[in-house]
Ligand binder design. Sequence first.
Ligand code: NAD
Length: 558
Amino acid sequence: MNYSEFIEKYASHPHYKAPTGNQLQARSWQTEAPLRMFLNNLDAEVAEDPANLIVYGGTGQAARNTDAVKEIIRILLEMDENVSLLVQSGKPIGLVRSHPQAPRVMIANSNLVPAWATWEHFEELKSRGLMMYGQMTAGSWIYIGSQGILQGTFETFVECGRKYFNGNLNSKLIVSGGIGGMSGAQPLAATMAGAVFLGVDVDAERIKKRLDTRYLDKMTSDYSEAIGWILEAKEKGEVLSVGLVGDIGDVLEKLLSDSIIPDILTDQTSAHDPLHGYVPNGLTLKEAYEMRKSNPTAYKERSLKSMARHVGFMLEMQKRGSITFDYGNNLREFAHQGGEIHAFDYDGFVPKFIRPLFCDGKGPFRWVALSGDPEDIFTTDRELMKLFSENEHLIKWLTEAQEKVPFQGLPSRICWLGMSEREKAGLMFNQLVKEGKVKAPIVIGRDHLDCGSVASPNRETEGMLDGSDAVSDWPLLNLMANTGGGATWVSFHHGGGVGIGYSQHAGMVVIADGTDRAAECLSRVLYNDPAMGIYRHADAGYEIAIENRRKFDMNFNL
Ligand code: NAD
């Protein structure tokens, strides 16, 4: 198939689809893999808004514009294994000489010199076509739909249950805002954890997408109907998730006046972006879209005020007994800027629930079957359960995920694995490819929200033991470690999760194509990546991580 035929079949804007099967379109699997994953990120089954190249997380894009999309495709189809493609904020800018064990694609998205790192400066550059917002996995081509955050969200709810409700979330009500790309994982994670869930989103279409993909049980625009459903489910001890169309601030206000106090309260609206993410109170969606264009300054001001009001209600809920935590969207920061001086009076989810996992080098390990065949994922699930047969928690997760998690785009799976486990899993997958037990290669990647790949003082590195929250040498070292190790593509982004100015983070994807070369790269990368989490947390003084350095023989023992 020539280039034009390829574009027509797989990338006729806005209809994107990754090729499937085991026939190469590019010159090797090392370039076929990023090509398929790039197209998969833009597939309407996966992406929130392919027409604007938006994958998830407010305005997180896969490429800068449609010309850049076509050019990235053309180059990936043609390049060989002795060059690497450079992508600058979603635009391909050149090739550099490299070698078969080097990354095939090197990506830098949304990076700005610190003193210029504001949404305002970013927006100005973006309006002149000079930048794009890469979020985390949008611009680094390893977004896998809502499943990507599902296990992390599930782990958070389960841990919250363990910590505050004797490990039992039966008849417990979780309330949250946002049912979009990643936030849409909340309803399913909550019901998998055994709870009742009420999610609120201003955009009915977003809620409907989660209903269609079976992440959500029921939806309504009627507050009383939603409350009726959840109270009944609570009473009967049934699991249920309900999506309610509305403004989260308004719904919290009503819940307070009706004295319905959630057991657990959080939020995942796109608060990290006060202009293009959060929708201010009192505006219809249509009015909001218009005002974003006609008066961005007034919009942002209104957005900040609404977030202050929203957080004010969350603080009141906390006073009345809700276990309240921030869920990584920087809502507290912008509420603070909007005038809520107590915004930081509740904790973020990482220090509250996740940091001990990071100290074990654990994080969101994900993989995708490039064949497009769900059976390949089921094969990897079974083999993983054999490989880690003593890990009951993992087996339970994989069994439930098989039953309850629908695939979006190329079939994929996520599960949190730590030091040594990731390497074992990667090498096992490579063996499955080599022996033909799966139909095509598998790519292994992760969210940038990982143990050693991000500096984000209001999220992953909030409240570090030694106060080193804002030190971003760590994600840079992570990038270098994964480049040196031979990941298939690497990325360094700014502003993911919490917005421009608030985070820097690195991503990596590595292919298991059944070759000896892949085995060498997998072994190095899947050692280096979690090792960075252990080094980072040991250096900050966390005992578990210090112990892990000893346990895994990581104390400069060459
Ligand atoms: P998204 O843009 O796809 O979805 C956000 C949703 O919030 C949208 O559907 C939008 O309609 C809704 N919304 C905006 N303002 C609202 C309001 N006032 N009331 C009710 N709903 C409102 O984004 P996403 O991918 O779901 O990510 C959501 C946020 O969570 C982002 O800030 C992202 O950075 C963050 N995030 C956190 C984690 C984590 O693990 N904690 C992971 C991924 C993303």
